[in-house]
Ligand binder design. Structure first.
Ligand SMILES: Nc1ncnc2c1ncn2[C@@H]1O[C@H](COP(=O)(O)OP(=O)(O)OP(=O)(O)O)[C@@H](O)[C@H]1O
Length: 239
């Protein structure tokens, strides 16, 4: 079963078409990577899936329901969670309080009702020992972990990760990959935009390539990376 389907989705900003007739399906439980040059429209595609932007044309279906015109808040409540390219936690709130906001916002739930879930997310994202630390005091890796934790606190069935590995050292990147693998192993479907290709290909089962808003490739990561079109367009290598 497909958890997400896009059919002929397009989005323009003025004369600039940023998403150009995108159609693809994401099966339940898959980890899908998205690559493409800067400005290819990757984050815009995420914003269309989450409802932060409205598609000009086309249909977005989540768990069999047409969500094309559904608000971002409602899409989040139905199971579409995301991390942002630039983490913007509440700096003065503790790690736990940041999670609490994510877990309860729009849900009409008490702290007691989400306590166990928040503790579980803190464990899984290896932030439990930083639970009472203000977010503003975290290292870069911990800020990335908090970004992941805030998304996980919304209990997503589909998790969208936007360049979460950027700026990390090799060792930090490896640690974060372990956490993402663990989340995926627990059945969460993942779509991950990433420029750190070795991190991405160590997790995802398929790769989607965007160029000028068009889907120019979708399939096995090794085959995609070896294709002439991807090497020319994405890596800038003439073959
Ligand atoms: N709100 C907006 N208004 C006008 N143009 C926009 C808007 N958002 C994005 N764009 C433009 O759309 C294009 C695609 O942007 P987007 O951020 O989706 O690309 P991207 O593939 O995520 O890039 P990067 O890898 O650099 O993050 C860019 O040319 C960008 O300047």
């Amino acid at each position: 079963m497909n958890i997400l389907s896009l059919q002929n989705v397009s989005k323009s900003f003025g004369a600039l078409t940023v998403t150009d007739d995108a159609s693809f399906d994401v099966p339940q439980g898959e980890a899908l990577g998205i690559i493409g040059p800067n400005g290819a429209g990757k984050s815009t595609l995420f914003n269309l899936i989450t409802g932060n932007l409205r598609a000009d044309q086309g249909t977005i279906t989540f768990e069999g329901r047409d969500v094309t015109r559904v608000s971002a808040m409602e899409r989040c409540l139905t199971g579409i969670g995301r991390s942002f390219q630039i983490p913007q936690p509440f700096e003065k709130l503790t790690v736990y309080e940041n999670l609490l906001v994510a877990a309860t916002h729009g849900r009409n739930l008490s702290e007691a009702a989400v306590l166990d879930d928040c503790a579980d997310v803190l464990e899984r994202t290896e932030l439990i020992r930083r639970a009472n630390t203000p977010a503003g005091q975290l290292s870069l890796l911990e800020r990335k972990r908090l970004e992941l934790a805030r998304a996980m606190a919304t209990q997503p069935k589909l998790l969208l990760l936007d360049e979460i590995a950027g700026g990390l050292t090799e060792g930090e990147c490896k640690a974060l990959i372990g956490t993402i693998r663990d989340i995926h192993a627990r059945g969460v479907t993942i779509i991950w935009i990433e420029h750190v290709l070795h991190a991405l290909t160590s997790v995802v089962e398929r790769l989607l390539v965007l160029d000028f808003g068009r889907v120019i490739g979708l399939g096995d990561p090794e085959e995609i990376m070896a294709s002439r079109e991807v090497q020319e367009i994405y890596l800038g290598i003439e073959v």
